[in-house]
Design a protein around this ligand. Structure first.
Ligand code: G3H
Ligand code: 13P
Ligand code: ZN
Length: 330
């Protein structure tokens, strides 16, 4: 058993309390390798932002759970070395079984998500409650989910979304004892969120997707005032980065992400954790493709992973400063 406390990590309790009161959201960035971890920590130290490092089961399969945990431990030391201590949480993203959550709790994670959203309401309650009971013995915080997002949720692919039913949230939170709740109000996972045909054009000719269902969010907030809410699938799919990918041999589809202004509005509410993975993937891929095309003689991974890390860091800094509002809050 390794407690997250021994690793210098924080659970999400204080982070969320301050974020809800302060009208901002904590960035939850996924990582699978060293360069992503470095970019996240550098960006969050430079912007003085708390951060949630997210590990999916896919990331554990790809990189090895033990290595990722020790990288998170290293991240705490690394942040100090960079000159500013920030709260860092290590979070399991989309845990789908009690056993997986337990394994993470027993091995240094400070927070876990149990995603029972593909089950019936009753089974979701039972599974989530079981994880909460175990996690709370060790001060590990738990995120549950109600409603289904469209797109790819780890190994679960959902074509359509089911919005969270506000009438269920009070009962779910009360019965399970979760510390935060992921909801479905129109965001979706992955880089292909909305096709241009699903969007309208604003006065400047920019494609705008169907707005998030802020009415559902408001209804939820009325029923569980001040309770920490989480938004998944919140990448904005930066069009300049997609253009770089496609100009350098890539084949990304025309797609529109969640507008930054809508995320900013959400961050001012009880939404206190915003999950972003795809934008990082896009930024890294754009930088790597550019080097590959412009400097075909290069074969040193540092020559393309270095620029990818820089680009990722720049994207995260902008998000903390202009979208989530978490800059300066650590
Ligand atoms: O919501 C899913 C995250 O973007 C993680 O994706 O399962 O491919 O690591 P992954
Ligand atoms: P994106 O695919 O929009 O980045 O969402 C990531 C996510 O929700 C991770 O849990
Ligand atoms: Zn997600």
């Amino acid at each position: 058993m390794t407690s997250y406390k021994e690793l210098g990590l924080s659970n999400t309790t204080e982070m969320f309390k301050k974020a809800v009161a302060g009208g901002y959201a904590i960035p939850a960035y996924n990582f699978n390798n060293m360069e992503q971890m470095q970019a996240i920590i550098q960006a969050c130290v430079e912007t003085k932002s708390p951060v949630i490092l997210q590990v999916s089961s896919g990331a554990r399969n790809y990189a090895n759970g033990t290595l990722l945990r020790n990288m998170a431990k290293g991240a705490v030391e690394y942040a100090k070395e960079l000159g500013y201590e920030i709260p860092i949480s290590l979070h399991l993203d989309h845990g789908d079984t009690f056993e997986l959550c337990k394994d993470c709790i027993d091995n240094g994670f400070s927070s876990v998500m149990i995603d029972g959203s593909s089950h019936s309401y009753e089974d979701n309650v039972a599974l989530t409650k079981r994880v909460v009971e175990y996690a709370h013995k060790f001060d590990v915080t738990v995120e549950g989910e109600l409603g289904v997002l469209a797109g790819v949720e780890d190994d679960v692919v959902s074509e359509t979304s089911t919005y969270t039913r506000p009438e269920e949230v009070e009962d779910f939170v009360g019965k399970t004892g979760v510390d935060s709740l992921a909801i479905s109000i129109g965001t979706s996972h992955g880089a292909n969120k909305f096709t241009p045909a699903q969007c309208t054009r604003n006065a400047e000719g920019i494609l705008i997707p169907p707005p998030l269902r802020f009415d559902i969010l408001e209804e939820i907030e009325k029923r569980i005032p001040g309770f920490p809410i989480v938004l998944h699938g919140s990448s904005s799919v930066p069009q300049d980065q997609v253009a770089i990918i496609n100009a350098n041999g890539g084949k990304m589809k025309d797609s529109v992400g969640i507008p930054e202004e809508q995320l900013r509005t959400a961050a001012k509410s009880a939404v206190c954790k915003i999950n972003i993975d795809s934008d990082g993937r896009i930024a890294m891929t754009a930088a790597i493709r550019k080097v590959m095309v412009e400097k075909p003689e290069e074969f040193d991974p540092r020559k393309y992973l270095g620029p990818a890390r820089e680009s990722l860091k720049a994207i995260y800094m902008k998000k903390n400063e202009n979208v989530l509002g978490s800059a300066g809050k650590a």
